[in-house]
Design a protein around this ligand. Structure first.
Ligand code: NAP
Length: 280
């Protein structure tokens, strides 16, 4: 079961976790069953945000985790418009209530805010010092924004940066990933299926399916294994269907060979733009 450290000194978490965007539209019993089955199959990293369903998704997760909170590595995010010093603390406390827990394993700024980053990070440091969160992080920060966050929060304080990352968009590998690795920041990739699998054969799809067939795995399992091939890389696919959950969790037992990785790198080449990140 592949697990990776969260940040420079954080605990080991599942390399592939569970996203929760749009789960408010799914049947609540299916959501609970999916999240619990994901935990049973080793996907302990659960990602959410106050944004999702305007808090409804956090409530669904809170219900699903009754009696199992300690088994999960629970991450939520503050909306940029709430990310003042006081607003960040209040938003976190609302998330804790909805999630039926007294701490988050990590709390992130969802994307760069017009409020001073110093205030947001100071509020998160206070939340950490009072035990309401265990680690702090950011999301949708490019390498220069991440450098600024590290310079404010201090070395080792920013545990993760959550950014868009899938086979057809590897932009962040140019500059963000090496910078994050040099500073002990885990890169959590979102939308790992790119909202477009299966990939067209001429755009890497045939290589992906060849490798999957050779390994006796599915294309999505190969994609997830590639996206989490280094200890600095985590992925958080969202799945409400149990068969999807099981398929994604099984990628935790798949290790690609250097030759498989090289084939995928050639089939899904790096973007020409050599800096920054893609945003949704
Ligand atoms: P995604 O995980 O790439 O795709 C989710 C879709 O794929 C769902 O329709 C799901 O179906 C389906 N799916 C999952 N596993 C599958 C499988 N094995 N086979 C076939 N279909 C499968 O996209 P996403 O939910 O947009 O992104 C993942 C997570 O990243 C989000 O849920 C959220 O937690 C996070 N995120 C963060 C940001 C940010 O700004 N920080 C932005 C976007 C997303 P079912 O649900 O029906 O199973």
């Amino acid at each position: 079961m592949r697990r990776s450290p969260f940040g420079s000194s954080g605990p080991l978490v599942s390399a592939v976790g569970q996203g929760t965007f749009l789960m408010e539209h799914d049947e609540p019993r299916a959501v609970a069953a999916a999240l619990q089955s994901g935990l049973d199959h080793g996907m302990n990293h659960i990602d959410t945000a106050e944004l999702y369903g305007a808090g409804r998704v956090e409530e669904l997760i809170g219900q699903a985790l009754i009696g199992r909170r300690e088994q999960a590595f629970l991450v939520s995010k503050v909306l940029p418009q709430n990310a003042t010093r006081a607003g960040t603390v209040l938003a976190c406390e609302r998330s804790l209530r909805r999630l039926r827990t007294d701490y988050l394993d990590a709390y992130l700024l969802h994307w760069p805010s017009t409020h001073p980053l110093e205030e947001t990070l100071e509020a998160m440091a206070t939340l950490r010092d009072t035990g309401k969160i265990r680690a702090l992080g950011v999301s949708n920060f490019d390498e220069s924004e991440l450098a600024r966050a590290i310079s404010i929060a201090g070395p080792g304080a920013i545990a993760c940066n959550q950014v868009l990352y899938h086979l057809a968009d590897r932009t962040m590998e140019h500059a963000l990933l090496p910078f994050a690795e040099a500073h002990g920041v885990t890169v959590v990739g979102y939308i790992p299926f790119g909202r477009r699998t299966p990939f067209p054969p001429q755009q890497g799809g045939s290589t992906l399916s060849d490798i999957a067939r050779r390994l006796g795995r599915t294309e999505r399992q190969v994609a997830l294994a590639f996206l989490t091939r280094r200890p600095s890389l985590l992925a958080i696919p969202k799945a409400s269907r149990i068969d999807h959950v099981h398929e994604n969790a099984a990628s935790l037992t798949l290790e690609l060979s250097p030759a498989d990785e090289a084939e995928l790198e050639a089939a899904f080449p790096l973007q020409e733009r050599r800096s920054g990140i893609s945003r949704v």
